[in-house]
Write a protein that binds this ligand. Structure first.
Ligand code: SF4
Ligand code: SF4
Length: 275
């Protein structure tokens, strides 16, 4: 029971409307006892970051979101010696701006990045409130969810959104903190390349490419397209072996390390078998 926010990364086009709507709602407005004003610059209670993946010409951009998860097992609540942070019956976690004494224990203990911000002028920690001041007036949306033009944000009752929640991914941290913000479509890894025949100076169309995960041996098969390209997304961070076969050409084996980043293998020359 309680409020949840589900962010579908696949639907986010990086317009930053959510970030701006949060500013519009909270900069210069004192919603005590829910929140005091957010600083004009530098602080983002919901923050969109561009993650550029791969290298030219095989590049994808994903938009990542930082926001308080309104955890059911919130380390910030446990860390606050002033007992200034509390969870409402509707699941929303609030830092009481009148009780906060600026010890920053919550910032140290929150396991998520760029979630709690320290307002030097007011000497208090601040973060997303799920716009509780609006919910209490009968709103069914937060300002950020209301502002999203692509429907990437879904805000509502946990009971009614079980199906969407079941599609979300949880990290190891999430399993401990039990967040109320869920993500769908978090970026994985991709690998891509272009095959070409150096003698003909032509791309190789329809080559068979197998991408094999080194840990679980799971194999994905794909053919190069009309531009000699193959491009596979959604891979887990790991090491891979790539085997390329095409009639008339010598088989090619390559290794790729996708543990930390997406990989563009670039232009791969294929040698004729009779050479
Ligand atoms: S995300 Fe961080 S600030 Fe928000 S409730 Fe969880 S521990 Fe607290
Ligand atoms: S729910 Fe409200 S306070 Fe939280 S990030 Fe969205 S607009 Fe800002």
């Amino acid at each position: 029971m309680g409020k949840v926010l589900i962010i579908d990364i696949n639907k986010c086009n990086g317009c930053h409307n959510c970030q701006i709507a949060c500013k519009d709602e909270h900069v210069g407005n004192d919603w005590s006892p829910i929140a005091r004003p957010q600083p004009m610059t530098g602080h983002f209670w919901t923050k969109v970051t561009d993650k550029v993946r791969g290298s030219v010409p095989k590049v994808k951009v994903s938009y990542l979101h930082s926001i308080c998860r309104h955890c059911d097992e919130a380390p910030c609540i446990k860390a606050c010696t002033e007992k200034a942070i509390y969870k409402r019956p509707d699941g929303i976690v609030i830092i009481d701006p009148l009780k906060c004494r600026g010890h920053k224990d919550c910032i140290r203990e929150c396991p998520y990045e760029d979630v709690i911000w320290f307002n030097e002028e007011l000497n208090i920690s601040q973060k997303c409130t799920f716009c509780a001041h609006l919910i209490d007036k009968g709103w069914n949306e937060t300002r950020c969810s209301d502002a999203c033009p692509t429907g990437a944000f879904t805000f509502g009752e946990e009971e009614e959104l079980k199906e969407l929640i079941s599609m979300a991914e949880l990290s190891e941290i999430d399993l401990k903190t039990k967040p109320r913000v869920y993500f769908i479509g978090l970026p994985k890894r991709f690998i891509g390349a272009t095959l070409f025949d150096p003698e003909e100076d032509e791309v190789i169309i329809g080559a068979d490419v197998s991408i094999i995960n080194a840990s679980n041996k799971k194999e994905i098969s794909i053919k190069t397209d009309d531009f000699g390209d193959f491009w596979v997304d959604g891979l887990s961070p790991d090491n891979y072996t790539i085997i390329i076969k095409k009639d008339g050409y010598a088989e090619k084996r390559l290794d790729a390390d996708l543990a930390d980043k997406d990989v563009n293998l670039g232009d791969i020359p294929m040698a004729r078998e009779d050479k």
